[in-house]
Design a protein around this ligand. Sequence first.
Ligand SMILES: O=C(O)CCC(=O)C(=O)O
Ligand SMILES: [Fe+2]
Length: 308
Amino acid sequence: MHMYARLLGPADAGEIDRLFRDGTGALFVWTPREAAGVEASMAALKDLLTGLAPQDTFPGLDRLRADRQSFWLASRGLGTPFTPDPAFLESLDGDPAGGRRGAAFLHGNPQAGADLETLKESLDRALALSAAEVGIPRSWYPALTVRYRVIRYAPLRRRSAGIGMHPDGSVLSALVTDRPGLTLWRDAGTAVQPARDGTLVLPGSILHRWSEGRYDPTFHRVEVGRDAEPKFSMVAFLNFPDRSGIPRRGGTTAGRVFPNDVQACKEDDMDRGGGHWQRFAGPRPATEPRPATGPRSAAGPANALRAG
Ligand SMILES: O=C(O)CCC(=O)C(=O)O
Ligand SMILES: [Fe+2]
């Protein structure tokens, strides 16, 4: 069983659709020139993160919790520049302090801008190719949001650094990373450590909900032990406009709207009281995950996007 596939050129029609239906990721392999740029930028940013205070990670379904140094940035629209608007940064996630650290990092490290742009370009390109294939109309790209988390994992106060098992609460996420530690899970305990010579795109739990189950999210976790080299990642989370009605995949009739609420989806994903996500049967988490049945809270009445 594949856990992800290596895509060496523009994807064959239907290839990404097939992978994401299977809950697997797609690795967009870098050209040698792109690899050199991405690797140099990851190394430079990892150095700059060394000085940041460690933060607790959210405990995953397996309760792994460990520290990391991180901040985040964001853009309004897919393939548009980072937005410097701090109110926007703080509105996107349950971690406004991470957004403030991002604004402070940019301010204090202007030389990091070019490296962040280099990585953003690779992430955005992989997201755009994948978004088109799962049925997101290009006319929606300016209204989508992308949140970029820049991370250094190094055990500072604990035995390990990482993030517990989770699906991403996004439509799609893309990541570049420089060291082992990321594990993708499938049913029956199948696990794989993806290669790191490309940009990896994973289907998220909001894609699962919006597509009414056509696509499955990829469960994954990160763990870096005390003896390992610190690990760098930059992850881009693509989402629909939050708290809006999103026309369902493949067009819509009145009423066929997905009520998008990112925070409610994330909470639902991590609800340990549930006991679902039935197709997921990896190494047992403390309690089983819940299914992506849709957000609990109703979204606002307005449709932010037109059916494409
Ligand atoms: O750093 C990684 O390799 C993955 C990070 C991740 O899963 C996340 O931030 O959601
Ligand atoms: Fe993740």
